[in-house]
Ligand binder design. Sequence first.
Ligand SMILES: Nc1ncnc2c1ncn2[C@@H]1O[C@H](COP(=O)(O)OP(=O)(O)O)[C@@H](O)[C@H]1O
Ligand SMILES: [Mg+2]
Length: 255
Amino acid sequence: MIEVMNLSKIFRQKDGSPFYAVKNLSFSANSGEIVGLLGVNGAGKTTTMRMLSTVLKSSKGTAIIEGYDINKDSQKVRSKMGFLSGDTGLYGRLTPRETIRYFGKLYDVENSIIENRMKKLIDLLDMNEFMDKRISLLSTGMKQKVSIARSIIHDPPVMIFDEPTSGLDILTARNIVSFIHQCKEEGKCVIFSTHIMREAERIADKIVMIHKGELLAEGTWTEMKEATGKQDLDDIFVNYVDSVTKKEGEIHNEF
Ligand SMILES: Nc1ncnc2c1ncn2[C@@H]1O[C@H](COP(=O)(O)OP(=O)(O)O)[C@@H](O)[C@H]1O
Ligand SMILES: [Mg+2]
């Protein structure tokens, strides 16, 4: 379970002025729930996930993950979570099997448990044919599967996946989506990010829309359809964007 509370990240711009990549963001994600973090490029999805995974320190606010505070108990948080980021580096000279074993050991998982979990992940992610090839020889989709497997070899209750299907072919993407559903079945809490509305609809139980670092809307698609009176996903998103833009305009007009 994840409770995000007024999370903010401020970057300094070249002229020294503050820039909010994430601003006052609050939302929650339960166990057994898939939450889709939805927003256009630059909305603040990656920054949010990097803070949740404790890779990046928050400027203000915090989040509680499985009872642990990301700012106070970062080590505990990391042990409860698997984080797939876009720039997860893999060692080209190792094989997937070696890589996954290596990360299992880093997480202090017993050897026999690593082997058992790896077997399960190989099946679920359909990795059998390339487990013993050098990673430098693998396709983008195969590498993505290795990254996913290595990030969750310690079987964490919380999984945070930053654009997990981005740039992948349809079969690989589908395989990863069904894997995410399987994780939900096992009662895990999953947050994934995407800028593709349809994907968010297909995978997520709940949508958290963000724009310019701020929360636009949180809820199910059904709730959002009712609230906006629109049926088309893109229209719903644009509707929420327009409504905050309009509000900003009103504030400016007051001056
Ligand atoms: N390290 C950084 N320094 C300065 N600005 C950053 C940094 N990382 C991200 N940003 C800015 O923060 C905003 C949000 O970026 P990001 O979280 O990557 O968005 P998304 O993942 O939704 O595309 C963007 O305007 C981006 O340029
Ligand atoms: Mg991103």
